[in-house]
Design a protein around this ligand. Sequence first.
Ligand SMILES: *Cc1c(COP(=O)(O)O)cnc(C)c1O
Length: 363
Amino acid sequence: MIPISKPWLRENEKRAADEVLESGILAQGPRVAEFERAFAEYIGVKHGIAASNGTTALHIALLAHGIGAGDEVITTAFTFIASVNAILYTGATPRLIDIDASYNLDASQIKAAITPRTRAIMPVHLFGQPCDMRDIMDIARRHNLVVIEDACQAHGAQFQETRVGTFGTGCFSFYATKNMTTGEGGMITTDDDRVASRARLLINHGMRVRYHHETLGYNFRLTEIAAAIGIEQLKRLDAFNARRAETAAYYDEHLANVRGLELPRVMAQRSHVYHQYTLRVLPAFPLTRDELAAALNARGIGTGIYYPIPVHQQAAVGEYAWTKCSLPRAEECAAQVLALPVHPLVTNDERAYIAQTICEIAG
Ligand SMILES: *Cc1c(COP(=O)(O)O)cnc(C)c1O
């Protein structure tokens, strides 16, 4: 089976993890500090604050901006539930808007969603493609809104030559399937000294001076072993992303003429890092999305459906009034999307087999 995702770990990662074990310093040591510096430098910001995962990074980023009960945060309905859960953890209310042809939140719908309670916009750079950060930052400035970027799928992606995670407060995940991994892990990126200091405080029990707790905090720290692996993964991130882009270009070329498949659309001024290569299986295709997935799986090709249910239709949030909305594009995409293996360990032979198999199925 060609898996839909697979982390690429080598001797460097093993050696780095082993050195941490040998050192006996497993928490709050030099590796976390080094990983924070290296990641911040790579993204192009002053501060990196490591977190236990992408969800806690989002939660802390919102809290560090003082967002909580009574506030509203505008985000997309077509995302992993963690984006919206992080908003709910703070007591704030999500305001979901629909997506455009890039699967990202449609920036032209933000203005209509702004109310006197709106405090923030959370663009999600879905599948590795940046949102329209020019329009989003413009609206945010005019309405005095905070921007929290969910960049959990977009390590290294650029909008107009600038990396995501630098426009607003950036939040990244290093979960096992992401473009770079530490197993579980996360990072907040910011140029704002106050936000950085507040995030650092909240991630470590509200404590700056040992056992003096200034505020209700959390233990959302990253481990030394995770950070050591992250330092090695970061060195290879550009190579990983380049290989993903090359495989995506291969699919673009070899699936271009298949009737009934809509290939990923890369909008102007974006560099896409292809966390996922997501197709839409349209009614003109001879099989339904689920039939195509089953046919590929039967031929040894792993696929993914991200995401089968938009956030506002999830059982977990069904009780909330803000879910009572109709977001037709998100709903339609949820029924049609299918992701193909695009991770850097997919070989040239495998991607040729995948494209050829799809063409055969399409007739
Ligand atoms: C992975 C992911 C998260 C959460 O990250 P975890 O590390 O799994 O907690 C949040 N948002 C998006 C869009 C993600 O893909």
